[in-house]
Ligand binder design. Structure first.
Ligand code: ADP
Ligand code: MG
Length: 377
């Protein structure tokens, strides 16, 4: 009986994916800040299309270039506006789906602001957990859920557990021995969280672990990928049906290119590792989007770790962070090209027009209840 229910869920979900594709790429442009300075170098070079919120225009070296993504957030967009866009994705892990949200862009473009945010104005990470708490609360009559989090970083292709007692230790990624093809990380700490208080404690613990070893935390954080991995395990109280969904929230290393002349030694090594893993991520997403048979997951730690949250019926959102000022226009061009490359892979007949532009909760709800509520047999 349970197998039949699961098959039904899967079928419904595959239909959803067929309709709209499971990878979306959006851009978020940060406001101009004091740090951008003054004068022509700090002039705004990014504009928007008043009639189409998927278009962004960039003036690079005096030449206009336009890009089409799934959606573009201008500097006026609030944390809540951005969260609204990703909400449906997040709740889908309650129904057993795996989700990845990446913040991509050069250092200073707003990746950490979008993912972590500030104390007064938290970003996706905290809002996601709060949303999960309230959603599982609502289902508490029929389902039992546990929500756990892991905090890790990947630096120079080394994976570290930031919630462990020995954060210096390197972690390995292994294939599950059960033959399911899933991956796991032996020794990775998972903390159960039940309240905002718990989240704050976990974040603080992870943050402290991350900072102690490095003298310049800002530099370090811009050269490593920071991952918050949320696992939602559910059990239907009446049928015993179990679901597991994983939400991976990733603040990527800065995408800025390091000139050959400018970097030596450890700085060059870092740059090579970052470059390799970001292009591996781009390759994997492009391969998944174009439904290629071979997806090169193993080319980086990041894509290997996230393999089972990127493939199959998983959902991915890439938030490309953009600085609006002239002095960054070269990097902005590069980031938007990356975004477009990842996104513009053909999705099959009709491409964009058959592909629905957002996972709105409405669409989600239309299909989900039938999949999710097991009928007594
Ligand atoms: P990154 O993580 O990409 O290096 P940050 O998130 O640290 O960049 O952002 C750089 C600076 O810009 C920070 O001071 C941050 O508070 C500010 N900032 C970024 N995005 C926004 C935004 N949408 N609204 C207000 N301030 C922002
Ligand atoms: Mg950052």
């Amino acid at each position: 009986k349970y197998r039949r229910e699961l098959q039904l869920r899967k079928k419904c979900h595959n239909e959803l994916v067929r309709l709209k594709g499971n990878i979306r790429v959006i851009a978020r442009v940060r406001p101009i800040t004091k740090e951008d300075g003054e004068g022509p170098k700090a002039a705004n070079v990014v504009t928007f299309d008043p009639d189409d919120d998927a278009i962004i225009h960039l003036l690079h070296k005096g030449k206009p270039v336009s890009f089409e993504l799934d959606k573009v957030f201008s500097p006026g967009a609030s944390q809540q506006d951005v969260f609204q866009e990703v909400q449906a994705l997040i709740t889908s892990c309650i129904d057993g789906f795996n989700v990845c949200i990446f913040a991509y862009g050069q250092t200073g473009a707003g990746k950490t602001y979008t993912m972590e945010g500030t104390l007064e104005n938290p970003g996706i990470n905290q809002r996601a957990l709060q949303l999960l708490f309230s959603e599982v609360q609502e289902k508490a009559a029929d389902w039992e859920y546990t929500i756990t989090v892991s905090v890790t970083e990947i630096y120079n292709e080394v994976l570290r557990d930031l919630l462990g007692t020995e954060p210096q230790e390197k972690l390995e990624i292994r294939l599950c021995p059960d033959g399911s093809g899933r991956l796991y990380v032996p020794g990775l700490t998972e903390f159960r969280v039940q309240s905002v208080d718990d989240i704050n404690k976990v974040f603080e613990f992870g943050h402290n672990n991350r900072t102690t070893e490095f003298t310049n935390m800002n530099e370090h954080s811009s050269r490593s990928h920071a991952l918050l991995i949320v696992t939602v395990r559910g059990r239907d109280c009446s049928t015993g049906l179990r679901t597991t969904g994983k939400l991976n929230l990733v603040d990527l290393a800065g995408s800025e290119r390091v000139g050959k002349s400018g970097a030596e030694g450890s700085r060059l090594r870092e740059a090579q590792h970052i470059n390799k893993s970001l292009s591996a991520l781009g390759d994997v997403i492009a391969a998944l989007r174009s439904r290629q048979g071979h997806v090169p997951f193993r080319n980086s730690k990041l894509t290997y770790l996230l393999q089972d949250s990127l493939n199959g019926d998983s959902k991915t959102l890439m938030v490309v962070q953009v600085s609006p000022v002239e002095k960054n226009s070269g990097e902005t061009l590069y980031s938007l090209r990356f975004a477009e490359r990842v996104r513009s892979v053909e999705l099959g007949p009709g491409s964009r027009h058959t592909e629905l532009r957002s996972w709105s909760s409405q669409e989600h709800l239309e299909l989900e209840p039938a999949c999710q509520t097991p009928q007594p047999s």
